[in-house]
Design a protein around this ligand. Sequence first.
Ligand code: 6PG
Length: 449
Amino acid sequence: MLSEIGLVGLGVMGKNIALNLSDNGVTIKSFNNSKEKLDDINKEFLNGFIGFTSFDEFVESLESPKTILLMVPSGKATKEVIKRLADLLEEGSVIIDGGNSFYLDSIDNGKYLSKKSINFIGMGVSGGEDGARNGPALMVGSGFSLEAPLINTLKNIAAKSEVECLGIYQGPGTGHFIKMVHNGIEYAEMQTIAEIYLILKNLKKSNMEMSSFFSSQSKNNNSSYLIEITSKILQKSDGDKFVIDQIKSVAQNKGTGKLTIQTSLNLGVSIPSIAAAYDARVQSSNQYSRKISEEQINDDISYTDLSNALYFSRVCSMIQGLELISKFSDDENHNISIVKVLENWSGGCIIRSNLLSELKKEFSKNNNIFNLNNLFENLEKYRVSISKVLQVTTKYNIPTPVLSASLNWFNSVTALNNPSNLIQAQRDFFGRHKVQLIDSSDDINIDWD
Ligand code: 6PG
C-alpha cells in the first residue's frame, strides 16, 4: 500500500475518493487556495488529511517517489495542473489523472510527461459520489508497469464484485477510452429505459405500476443498477405529487457521449444505439412548435414483450460499445481482453448489471466480437418481442430512437443480404469509383451505357 497520496481537486469526486483512500490507511496531502475550505474538509477525515495553501509546499511535502492524484475538470484545467506539476516533480514521480479526460488528451499528457521522466496514468473512475466514497470501478491506463504498492492501493479502494473492479490496461489513454465507452453505453441504457417508461405511460400505467414493472426486471434478465434506480425514482413523491412529474423533459450532458460518437466515426465503428441516445438528449432541447400528440395505446403490449425489448436493446448497445473497444485495441495493438473489461465494469460503475456476467461467459469462449453466434441465436425471442413493440409504437406516434436503432443495427449486422451492392453500383455509375464482383478481389469499372 502507498502510505500517502497528493490530491489536487477537492470537488465531490476528489473529496470522496480521498475519504475512501483515507479509510484504507493512506494519508492525503492536498492543496487549495482557501484555508477555510481545507479546514472544513479536514473535519470530515478521522485522521490523515494535511492541507496546504501553497502549491509548491504541497508538492515539496510529499515523500519520494511522489504520487499525485488529479481530480480536476477535464481538458484545459487538467492540462494546466499537469504543466505546473511537471515543473516541480522529480523524475520517477507518478501523476494519476482520475477525471473524465478525453483519451487523446491522456495520450498527449503521457507523452509530455514521459519526456520529463514522470510517469502518467489516465484513470477512468465510475460510480458517482457514492462509488468514489465506497468503491468505484477504476479503469487504469498506463504506459509503464505499475509498482505493487500502487496496485494494492487501487485494489483496496475499488469496488468488489466477484472480482476487484480494477482494470489495468496498456497505454496512458486506454483507461479513459474504456471509461468514455462506458459512458456511451450508459447513455444508451438510460434512453432505452426512458423509452420503455414512455411506452408504459402511454399504456396509462400509474407511476407506482411503472415502478414495480422496473423493480420486477431483475427476474427477467434485466437486473441493472440503472433499472433499479429508475424504479426508485418513479415512486418518489413530494407531498401528493410524484417528483418525476415535476421535472422538465430536457436532458443535459457533459460531453462524454458525444466524444464516444465522434471516436466511433473516426475509428469506423457503427454505434447507432449510443448515437441515437445522444441525439435524443439533443432533440429534447430542440423541440418544434407543431405537436403531434401520442395516443393512448389500445393494442396489447405484454410486460414480457417490454422486458424483452429492454433486454434486446441493452445487449445491442453493449455489443456496439465493446466493438468500439475491440477496434481501438486492434488499431493500437493493446490486446485488450473483453472479459477483463466486463469484469472491470461488474461492480461500482453506473452500467453494472447481470448482463456483464452473461457476456463474460460468451467472451470467455472467444475474444472475437464478430463471432457471437450463440448470443445472437439466443436473442431471437427478444427480437420478436422488440419488433412487436415497435409496430405498436410506430402506429401510436411514440418516439423510440434507441429501441429502433438497436433493432435496425441488429437486423443490419446479421442480414444475409444487404443492399450495398446497389450503393457500389451507383457510386461507379456516377463517379467511376469501381466495384468488386462476387468471387473476385479486383476493383473494376462497369460500362453502364
Ligand atoms: C460515472 C458517470 C459520470 C458522468 C455523469 C454525467 O460513470 O460515474 O458516467 O462519469 O460524468 O454520469 O454524465 P453526463 O452529464 O454526460 O450525462
